[in-house]
Design a protein around this ligand. Sequence first.
Ligand code: PEP
Ligand code: CO
Length: 448
Amino acid sequence: MRDWTPQTWRERPVTHQPDYPDTPLLDSVLTDLASFPPLVTSWEIETLKAQLAEAARGERFLLQGGDCAEQFNTCTPEAITNKLKILLQMSLVLVHGTRKRVIRVGRFAGQYAKPRSSPTEERDGQTLASYFGDNVNAADYNEAARIPDPRRLMTGYERSALTLNFIRSLIGGGFADLHHPEFWNLDFVQHSPRAAEYQAIVQSIGESVRFMETLTGISVSDISRVDFYASHEGLLLPFESAITREVPRRNGWYNLGTHFPWIGMRTADVDHAHVEFYRGIRNPLAVKIGPGEPGRDLPGFIEQLLDILHPEDEPGRLTLVHRYGATGIEEHLPKLIDAVRKTGKTVLFVCDPMHGNTVRTSSGVKTRRFEDILKELERAIDLHADNDSILGGVHFELTGDNVTECTGGARGLSDEDLGDSYQSLVDPRLNYEQSLEMAMLVAEKLGG
Ligand code: PEP
Ligand code: CO
């Protein structure tokens, strides 16, 4: 394999990067970023990798979720605690159903850049550059707002630090203590159609915790600290390479801006810059896998991808996140499982039931149907089992807030309800109730 440095990606074709008009400013921002303290440490990254290795063997389960894109103006205590609360609640439900330890990974503290299917957007006869996430430009619909501004990378890094700082303090301070799940109750939990079921799970876990403490004399907080890890799509390579470093007393390079970056479906070309950049870092990596171009040689692609990103078959190194949609999974997933098997290597398989199920309502609103999301997950569970493979995790776009972006669920949100509180600037997320319900249905299926 050719030599690698954090900059060798620059020799490859690169897509989905902003065209910054002010490159001296970009360079000065990148120089500053490279000198700043990291957001995460190699110790945390290696711990997560070991846990992901367990998930790949079916000994743990990964729950990854959060906004499609975070926004700078939702870096607020309420939004952050609500996100932690829903992920904690879902993980509790999954632990209860699967009897496995759950790894919690947020799409947060850096999920600020988006690949878009079209570089431009048209409204009322005016065409502007698309919004590429707060790390790149602003969502406001005017020409100036859409110009890529490198100073946004600095703001994004700072907001990520604020987010992580608050999450770490909450957890260190006992917010995630299993003795006090009432701390994580969202105000609207009592209105949820699933409230009673959730309370019963909480109670049963509380009893188990007290039973174990009595039996062993060890406090549960000593044996099981609840951890959260951060992840985002590692899209903007100038930024990602600036925050990639060598660390004392370990070999290799670490991206210290997040624990667990992923390569998006649109940038996973084996000859292109993203795969080149990510092959060189020691973090665990995920790659999104969709249906691909018609006629793509899937076994060939997977073999090359794993040759480059997963050459040593290192446990926990590589996660493949399949996102085929409820109608595509039947055809594609068995082929993917087979292609990986042919390489003789182990990966962690995770299902993202969101991105293959995006539709537009008759009035043009982007949404996803609860029943499609659930169907893809159920098929993923069965197809992995039927093919002697392991579904080791799930990847959701969700929020702890009471939004109306996806339809369906116990409350039966309809297309007409979507206008009530549609807040996402990009993809539609499961709201609090829909997320909790989804976790219950998936836990039941995985457990049973
Ligand atoms: C995403 O996860 O927000 C995303 C863009 O996914 P994909 O690359 O799978 O389309
Ligand atoms: Co998305």
